[in-house]
Design a protein around this ligand. Structure first.
Ligand SMILES: *[C@@H]1O[C@H](CO)[C@@H](O)[C@H](O)[C@H]1NC(C)=O
Ligand SMILES: *[C@@H]1O[C@H](CO)[C@@H](O)[C@H](O)[C@H]1NC(C)=O
Ligand SMILES: *[C@@H]1O[C@H](CO)[C@@H](O)[C@H](O)[C@H]1NC(C)=O
Length: 374
Protein backbone atom coordinates (compact mmCIF):
# COMPACT_ATOMS: atom_id res chain seq x y z
CA UNK A 1 0.00 0.00 0.00
CA UNK A 2 2.78 2.36 1.06
CA UNK A 3 4.64 1.54 -2.12
CA UNK A 4 1.73 2.54 -4.33
CA UNK A 5 1.21 5.76 -2.40
CA UNK A 6 4.84 6.68 -2.94
CA UNK A 7 4.62 5.80 -6.59
CA UNK A 8 1.58 8.06 -6.87
CA UNK A 9 3.44 10.93 -5.22
CA UNK A 10 6.34 10.39 -7.51
CA UNK A 11 4.01 10.43 -10.48
CA UNK A 12 2.39 13.70 -9.35
CA UNK A 13 5.81 15.20 -8.79
CA UNK A 14 6.91 14.19 -12.26
CA UNK A 15 3.79 15.66 -13.87
CA UNK A 16 4.18 18.88 -11.90
CA UNK A 17 7.80 19.17 -12.94
CA UNK A 18 6.88 18.64 -16.56
CA UNK A 19 4.28 21.40 -16.40
CA UNK A 20 6.78 23.71 -14.73
CA UNK A 21 9.19 23.18 -17.60
CA UNK A 22 6.52 23.87 -20.19
CA UNK A 23 5.41 26.93 -18.25
CA UNK A 24 8.92 28.36 -18.07
CA UNK A 25 9.47 27.74 -21.75
CA UNK A 26 6.34 29.17 -23.29
CA UNK A 27 3.65 30.49 -21.03
CA UNK A 28 5.25 33.84 -20.12
CA UNK A 29 5.29 34.87 -23.74
CA UNK A 30 2.33 35.98 -25.69
CA UNK A 31 3.28 35.46 -29.30
CA UNK A 32 5.68 38.04 -30.71
CA UNK A 33 4.02 40.96 -32.35
CA UNK A 34 0.52 39.79 -31.64
CA UNK A 35 -0.34 42.03 -28.77
CA UNK A 36 -0.12 45.79 -29.05
CA UNK A 37 -1.33 46.51 -25.55
CA UNK A 38 0.58 48.76 -23.22
CA UNK A 39 3.42 47.11 -21.41
CA UNK A 40 2.72 46.50 -17.76
CA UNK A 41 6.13 47.65 -16.70
CA UNK A 42 8.65 50.08 -18.03
CA UNK A 43 11.74 48.49 -19.44
CA UNK A 44 13.44 51.14 -21.49
CA UNK A 45 16.79 49.82 -22.56
CA UNK A 46 19.82 51.46 -21.06
CA UNK A 47 22.56 49.66 -22.95
CA UNK A 48 24.53 52.46 -24.51
CA UNK A 49 26.06 52.12 -27.94
CA UNK A 50 29.71 51.41 -28.04
CA UNK A 51 31.14 54.55 -29.50
CA UNK A 52 34.73 53.86 -30.26
CA UNK A 53 37.07 56.63 -31.18
CA UNK A 54 39.78 54.31 -32.48
CA UNK A 55 37.98 53.39 -35.71
CA UNK A 56 38.99 56.68 -37.31
CA UNK A 57 42.60 55.51 -37.47
CA UNK A 58 41.67 53.23 -40.39
CA UNK A 59 40.00 56.04 -42.21
CA UNK A 60 41.55 57.67 -45.24
CA UNK A 61 42.15 61.38 -45.17
CA UNK A 62 38.83 62.85 -46.02
CA UNK A 63 38.43 65.21 -48.87
CA UNK A 64 36.70 68.41 -47.97
CA UNK A 65 34.39 68.46 -50.94
CA UNK A 66 31.86 65.84 -51.91
CA UNK A 67 31.84 65.25 -55.63
CA UNK A 68 28.33 65.04 -56.98
CA UNK A 69 27.83 61.98 -59.09
CA UNK A 70 24.47 63.19 -60.34
CA UNK A 71 25.01 66.90 -60.62
CA UNK A 72 22.35 67.92 -63.08
CA UNK A 73 20.60 71.19 -63.64
CA UNK A 74 19.00 71.44 -60.25
CA UNK A 75 21.08 70.96 -57.20
CA UNK A 76 20.87 67.67 -55.36
CA UNK A 77 21.80 66.80 -51.81
CA UNK A 78 25.43 65.77 -52.05
CA UNK A 79 26.21 62.09 -51.95
CA UNK A 80 28.09 60.94 -48.89
CA UNK A 81 29.33 57.38 -48.73
CA UNK A 82 28.51 55.31 -45.64
CA UNK A 83 32.24 54.60 -45.26
CA UNK A 84 32.91 58.31 -45.06
CA UNK A 85 30.09 58.89 -42.61
CA UNK A 86 31.33 56.00 -40.47
CA UNK A 87 34.70 57.69 -40.35
CA UNK A 88 33.32 60.88 -38.88
CA UNK A 89 33.49 61.00 -35.17
CA UNK A 90 29.92 60.94 -33.99
CA UNK A 91 28.57 64.02 -32.31
CA UNK A 92 25.29 62.91 -30.83
CA UNK A 93 24.34 66.40 -29.75
CA UNK A 94 20.70 66.89 -28.92
CA UNK A 95 18.62 69.48 -30.66
CA UNK A 96 17.25 69.89 -34.14
CA UNK A 97 17.24 67.48 -37.06
CA UNK A 98 20.63 67.12 -38.76
CA UNK A 99 20.64 67.76 -42.51
CA UNK A 100 21.31 64.15 -43.39
CA UNK A 101 19.05 62.02 -45.57
CA UNK A 102 19.38 58.24 -45.21
CA UNK A 103 18.14 55.68 -47.72
CA UNK A 104 18.96 52.01 -48.16
CA UNK A 105 19.02 49.33 -50.82
CA UNK A 106 20.74 45.97 -51.17
CA UNK A 107 23.39 47.53 -53.39
CA UNK A 108 24.33 50.94 -54.78
CA UNK A 109 22.56 50.16 -58.07
CA UNK A 110 19.13 51.70 -57.71
CA UNK A 111 16.22 50.52 -59.88
CA UNK A 112 15.05 53.28 -62.26
CA UNK A 113 12.02 54.46 -60.31
CA UNK A 114 13.89 54.41 -57.00
CA UNK A 115 16.56 56.57 -58.53
CA UNK A 116 13.94 59.02 -59.78
CA UNK A 117 12.16 59.24 -56.42
CA UNK A 118 15.41 59.41 -54.51
CA UNK A 119 16.39 62.39 -56.64
CA UNK A 120 13.14 64.16 -55.72
CA UNK A 121 14.23 63.87 -52.09
CA UNK A 122 17.73 65.10 -52.82
CA UNK A 123 16.33 67.98 -54.86
CA UNK A 124 14.06 69.08 -52.02
CA UNK A 125 17.10 69.12 -49.71
CA UNK A 126 19.89 70.63 -51.80
CA UNK A 127 21.98 71.73 -48.83
CA UNK A 128 21.76 68.30 -47.14
CA UNK A 129 23.94 65.23 -47.40
CA UNK A 130 22.51 61.99 -48.76
CA UNK A 131 23.70 58.56 -47.67
CA UNK A 132 22.73 55.37 -49.46
CA UNK A 133 23.32 52.37 -47.17
CA UNK A 134 23.75 48.88 -48.57
CA UNK A 135 23.27 45.61 -46.68
CA UNK A 136 27.00 45.41 -46.25
CA UNK A 137 27.24 48.95 -44.85
CA UNK A 138 24.49 48.17 -42.37
CA UNK A 139 26.50 45.30 -40.96
CA UNK A 140 29.52 47.56 -40.69
CA UNK A 141 27.42 50.12 -38.83
CA UNK A 142 26.28 47.50 -36.33
CA UNK A 143 29.81 46.21 -35.80
CA UNK A 144 31.17 49.66 -35.22
CA UNK A 145 28.55 51.10 -32.92
CA UNK A 146 26.47 48.27 -31.52
CA UNK A 147 28.64 45.18 -30.99
CA UNK A 148 26.08 43.88 -28.48
CA UNK A 149 23.51 43.83 -31.29
CA UNK A 150 25.59 41.98 -33.86
CA UNK A 151 24.46 38.52 -32.85
CA UNK A 152 20.80 39.59 -33.06
CA UNK A 153 21.39 41.38 -36.34
CA UNK A 154 23.06 38.39 -37.97
CA UNK A 155 20.44 36.00 -36.63
CA UNK A 156 17.55 37.82 -38.27
CA UNK A 157 16.19 35.54 -40.99
CA UNK A 158 16.18 37.96 -43.93
CA UNK A 159 17.71 41.15 -45.23
CA UNK A 160 14.43 43.00 -44.95
CA UNK A 161 14.53 42.47 -41.16
CA UNK A 162 18.06 43.85 -41.08
CA UNK A 163 17.18 46.81 -43.31
CA UNK A 164 14.26 47.60 -40.99
CA UNK A 165 16.39 47.49 -37.89
CA UNK A 166 19.24 49.49 -39.42
CA UNK A 167 16.93 52.52 -39.71
CA UNK A 168 16.81 52.82 -35.95
CA UNK A 169 20.60 52.82 -35.91
CA UNK A 170 20.82 55.61 -38.49
CA UNK A 171 18.44 57.65 -36.40
CA UNK A 172 20.13 56.90 -33.10
CA UNK A 173 23.70 57.45 -34.17
CA UNK A 174 23.41 60.22 -36.74
CA UNK A 175 19.82 61.50 -36.75
CA UNK A 176 18.38 63.16 -39.85
CA UNK A 177 15.63 61.84 -42.09
CA UNK A 178 15.16 58.27 -43.31
CA UNK A 179 12.89 57.63 -46.30
CA UNK A 180 12.11 54.44 -48.19
CA UNK A 181 13.15 54.56 -51.84
CA UNK A 182 9.54 54.46 -53.07
CA UNK A 183 8.98 57.80 -51.36
CA UNK A 184 8.66 60.94 -53.42
CA UNK A 185 9.60 64.07 -51.49
CA UNK A 186 7.14 66.87 -52.17
CA UNK A 187 8.65 69.71 -50.17
CA UNK A 188 11.61 70.44 -47.90
CA UNK A 189 11.08 68.63 -44.61
CA UNK A 190 12.01 71.44 -42.24
CA UNK A 191 9.94 74.06 -44.09
CA UNK A 192 6.94 71.75 -44.18
CA UNK A 193 7.16 71.12 -40.46
CA UNK A 194 7.46 74.84 -39.75
CA UNK A 195 4.46 75.64 -41.94
CA UNK A 196 2.42 73.14 -39.93
CA UNK A 197 3.55 74.91 -36.76
CA UNK A 198 5.49 71.88 -35.57
CA UNK A 199 8.30 73.38 -33.60
CA UNK A 200 11.52 71.48 -33.32
CA UNK A 201 13.97 71.93 -30.50
CA UNK A 202 16.73 74.33 -31.45
CA UNK A 203 20.23 73.25 -32.26
CA UNK A 204 22.14 72.88 -29.02
CA UNK A 205 24.04 75.81 -27.73
CA UNK A 206 27.52 74.39 -28.07
CA UNK A 207 29.22 77.27 -26.30
CA UNK A 208 27.26 76.64 -23.11
CA UNK A 209 28.13 72.93 -23.29
CA UNK A 210 24.82 72.11 -21.65
CA UNK A 211 23.62 69.22 -23.78
CA UNK A 212 21.21 67.82 -21.27
CA UNK A 213 19.04 70.91 -21.23
CA UNK A 214 18.21 70.67 -24.94
CA UNK A 215 15.52 68.20 -25.91
CA UNK A 216 15.68 65.71 -28.76
CA UNK A 217 12.76 64.93 -30.99
CA UNK A 218 11.68 61.92 -33.06
CA UNK A 219 9.11 62.32 -35.81
CA UNK A 220 7.09 59.47 -37.24
CA UNK A 221 4.02 59.51 -39.47
CA UNK A 222 0.53 58.18 -39.05
CA UNK A 223 -1.05 56.28 -41.92
CA UNK A 224 -4.84 56.32 -42.08
CA UNK A 225 -7.22 57.45 -39.38
CA UNK A 226 -7.38 54.36 -37.19
CA UNK A 227 -4.66 54.48 -34.51
CA UNK A 228 -5.48 50.88 -33.55
CA UNK A 229 -4.60 49.57 -37.03
CA UNK A 230 -1.38 47.65 -36.43
CA UNK A 231 0.27 49.19 -39.50
CA UNK A 232 -0.77 52.73 -38.58
CA UNK A 233 2.81 53.95 -37.93
CA UNK A 234 4.92 52.70 -40.85
CA UNK A 235 8.69 52.74 -40.67
CA UNK A 236 9.05 54.04 -44.23
CA UNK A 237 9.80 57.58 -43.06
CA UNK A 238 11.29 58.89 -39.85
CA UNK A 239 13.16 61.95 -38.71
CA UNK A 240 15.08 62.58 -35.52
CA UNK A 241 17.72 64.35 -33.57
CA UNK A 242 20.78 62.18 -33.03
CA UNK A 243 20.82 60.16 -29.83
CA UNK A 244 17.07 60.01 -29.25
CA UNK A 245 16.59 57.17 -26.73
CA UNK A 246 13.44 55.91 -28.45
CA UNK A 247 15.52 54.23 -31.14
CA UNK A 248 17.11 51.90 -28.63
CA UNK A 249 13.71 50.27 -28.14
CA UNK A 250 13.42 48.59 -31.57
CA UNK A 251 16.93 47.21 -31.04
CA UNK A 252 16.31 45.81 -27.60
CA UNK A 253 12.91 44.38 -28.50
CA UNK A 254 14.34 42.64 -31.57
CA UNK A 255 17.09 41.24 -29.37
CA UNK A 256 14.53 39.95 -26.88
CA UNK A 257 12.46 38.34 -29.64
CA UNK A 258 15.49 36.59 -31.10
CA UNK A 259 16.41 35.24 -27.69
CA UNK A 260 12.86 33.99 -27.17
CA UNK A 261 12.80 32.33 -30.58
CA UNK A 262 15.82 30.27 -29.60
CA UNK A 263 13.92 28.46 -26.86
CA UNK A 264 13.12 25.01 -28.12
CA UNK A 265 9.49 24.90 -27.12
CA UNK A 266 8.91 28.48 -28.22
CA UNK A 267 9.80 27.77 -31.81
CA UNK A 268 7.70 24.64 -31.68
CA UNK A 269 4.67 26.54 -30.38
CA UNK A 270 4.86 29.85 -32.27
CA UNK A 271 5.38 30.80 -35.88
CA UNK A 272 8.52 32.78 -36.49
CA UNK A 273 7.52 36.47 -36.44
CA UNK A 274 7.21 38.21 -39.78
CA UNK A 275 9.43 41.18 -40.62
CA UNK A 276 6.49 43.48 -39.87
CA UNK A 277 6.13 41.96 -36.42
CA UNK A 278 9.78 41.71 -35.49
CA UNK A 279 11.39 44.83 -36.95
CA UNK A 280 8.76 46.57 -39.09
CA UNK A 281 5.65 48.69 -38.54
CA UNK A 282 3.89 46.36 -36.09
CA UNK A 283 6.97 46.38 -33.88
CA UNK A 284 7.28 50.14 -34.30
CA UNK A 285 3.73 50.74 -33.08
CA UNK A 286 4.41 48.61 -30.00
CA UNK A 287 7.63 50.50 -29.38
CA UNK A 288 5.86 53.86 -29.68
CA UNK A 289 3.20 52.77 -27.18
CA UNK A 290 5.85 51.56 -24.82
CA UNK A 291 7.79 54.79 -25.15
CA UNK A 292 4.73 56.95 -24.64
CA UNK A 293 4.02 55.02 -21.48
CA UNK A 294 7.57 54.90 -20.17
CA UNK A 295 9.73 57.37 -22.02
CA UNK A 296 11.15 60.62 -20.80
CA UNK A 297 9.24 63.79 -21.48
CA UNK A 298 12.36 65.72 -22.54
CA UNK A 299 12.85 63.55 -25.62
CA UNK A 300 9.49 63.54 -27.35
CA UNK A 301 8.01 61.48 -30.14
CA UNK A 302 5.69 63.35 -32.45
CA UNK A 303 3.44 61.28 -34.68
CA UNK A 304 2.56 63.51 -37.62
CA UNK A 305 -1.00 63.38 -39.01
CA UNK A 306 -1.62 61.15 -42.03
CA UNK A 307 -1.81 64.05 -44.49
CA UNK A 308 1.83 64.96 -43.76
CA UNK A 309 3.89 61.84 -44.48
CA UNK A 310 1.66 59.06 -45.78
CA UNK A 311 -1.17 60.73 -47.72
CA UNK A 312 -1.50 57.41 -49.55
CA UNK A 313 -2.76 54.75 -47.16
CA UNK A 314 -2.29 51.31 -48.77
CA UNK A 315 -5.26 50.10 -46.77
CA UNK A 316 -7.70 52.33 -48.63
CA UNK A 317 -10.32 52.22 -51.37
CA UNK A 318 -9.45 50.32 -54.52
CA UNK A 319 -9.89 53.33 -56.83
CA UNK A 320 -7.13 55.19 -54.96
CA UNK A 321 -4.94 52.11 -54.76
CA UNK A 322 -5.19 51.56 -58.48
CA UNK A 323 -3.63 55.01 -59.10
CA UNK A 324 -1.23 55.25 -56.14
CA UNK A 325 0.17 51.78 -55.61
CA UNK A 326 3.43 51.19 -57.45
CA UNK A 327 2.37 47.53 -57.63
CA UNK A 328 -0.52 48.28 -59.99
CA UNK A 329 -0.50 48.38 -63.77
CA UNK A 330 -2.70 51.48 -63.53
CA UNK A 331 -0.24 53.36 -61.28
CA UNK A 332 -0.09 57.05 -62.23
CA UNK A 333 1.78 59.36 -59.85
CA UNK A 334 0.35 62.56 -61.28
CA UNK A 335 -3.25 61.43 -61.01
CA UNK A 336 -2.56 59.93 -57.59
CA UNK A 337 -1.21 63.20 -56.19
CA UNK A 338 -4.17 65.09 -57.67
CA UNK A 339 -6.72 62.73 -56.17
CA UNK A 340 -5.04 62.88 -52.76
CA UNK A 341 -4.64 66.69 -52.95
CA UNK A 342 -1.12 66.54 -51.59
CA UNK A 343 -0.47 70.20 -52.45
CA UNK A 344 -3.49 71.39 -50.55
CA UNK A 345 -2.60 69.24 -47.55
CA UNK A 346 1.01 70.42 -47.49
CA UNK A 347 2.32 66.84 -47.48
CA UNK A 348 6.06 66.44 -47.00
CA UNK A 349 6.19 63.24 -48.99
CA UNK A 350 4.21 60.36 -50.44
CA UNK A 351 5.13 56.68 -50.32
CA UNK A 352 3.89 54.54 -53.21
CA UNK A 353 4.33 51.21 -51.38
CA UNK A 354 6.19 49.26 -54.03
CA UNK A 355 6.59 46.21 -51.71
CA UNK A 356 9.90 44.91 -52.95
CA UNK A 357 9.96 42.29 -50.21
CA UNK A 358 7.72 39.36 -49.57
CA UNK A 359 8.09 37.12 -46.55
CA UNK A 360 11.77 36.77 -45.80
CA UNK A 361 13.01 37.49 -49.32
CA UNK A 362 12.69 39.78 -52.29
CA UNK A 363 9.61 40.20 -54.47
CA UNK A 364 11.10 39.73 -57.91
CA UNK A 365 8.02 40.83 -59.80
CA UNK A 366 7.69 44.12 -57.91
CA UNK A 367 11.41 44.84 -58.24
CA UNK A 368 11.03 44.29 -61.97
CA UNK A 369 8.15 46.77 -62.02
CA UNK A 370 10.05 49.58 -60.32
CA UNK A 371 13.08 48.91 -62.52
CA UNK A 372 11.14 50.13 -65.54
CA UNK A 373 11.62 53.74 -66.58
CA UNK A 374 8.83 56.27 -66.38
C1 LIG B 1 0.32 78.31 -37.72
O1 LIG B 1 0.34 79.44 -36.86
C2 LIG B 1 0.02 80.65 -37.50
C3 LIG B 1 0.19 81.81 -36.52
O2 LIG B 1 -0.19 81.44 -35.23
C4 LIG B 1 -1.43 80.57 -38.02
O3 LIG B 1 -1.79 81.75 -38.70
C5 LIG B 1 -1.54 79.38 -38.98
O4 LIG B 1 -2.87 79.20 -39.40
C6 LIG B 1 -1.05 78.10 -38.32
N1 LIG B 1 -1.00 77.05 -39.34
C7 LIG B 1 -1.48 75.83 -39.11
C8 LIG B 1 -1.34 74.87 -40.26
O5 LIG B 1 -2.00 75.48 -38.06
C1 LIG C 1 24.66 80.00 -25.39
O1 LIG C 1 25.25 79.90 -24.10
C2 LIG C 1 26.02 81.04 -23.73
C3 LIG C 1 26.68 80.73 -22.40
O2 LIG C 1 25.78 80.14 -21.50
C4 LIG C 1 25.08 82.27 -23.66
O3 LIG C 1 25.84 83.41 -23.32
C5 LIG C 1 24.44 82.47 -25.04
O4 LIG C 1 23.51 83.54 -24.99
C6 LIG C 1 23.71 81.20 -25.46
N1 LIG C 1 23.23 81.38 -26.83
C7 LIG C 1 22.00 81.04 -27.19
C8 LIG C 1 21.69 81.23 -28.64
O5 LIG C 1 21.17 80.59 -26.40
C1 LIG D 1 -1.04 59.79 -66.03
O1 LIG D 1 -2.28 60.35 -66.35
C2 LIG D 1 -2.19 61.57 -67.09
C3 LIG D 1 -3.58 62.17 -67.21
O2 LIG D 1 -4.51 61.20 -67.65
C4 LIG D 1 -1.55 61.30 -68.44
O3 LIG D 1 -1.41 62.48 -69.17
C5 LIG D 1 -0.17 60.68 -68.21
O4 LIG D 1 0.41 60.30 -69.41
C6 LIG D 1 -0.27 59.46 -67.28
N1 LIG D 1 1.06 59.03 -66.94
C7 LIG D 1 1.44 57.78 -67.05
C8 LIG D 1 2.84 57.50 -66.67
O5 LIG D 1 0.70 56.92 -67.46
Amino acid sequence: MLFFQRLRRLYILAITLLFCIIFIQIIPYFGPGLSISRPSSCQLPVTPPHISSSHTSNCPLLSASHPQADSSHTKLASALSPAELLCRSPKPLPGGIPKLLHQSWKSTELPAKFKKWSNTCRRQHPDWEWVLWTDEDNLQLVKQYFPWLEDTFSSLPGNIYRADLARSLYMYIFGGVYADLDTECLRPTLDALASQNISLPGQPNESSGDEASVARVALLGRMGSDPAFDHSIPNAWMAASAGHPFFLLPMSSAQAEIQKSRRILHSWWYDYPSAEQLTGPIALLKNVKQYEFCGDAANKIIVLPDSMVYPFNWNTKENVRSLCSAEKETFNETLCKDVLEVDLKGSISITYWSHTHRGKGADVENIERISQDG
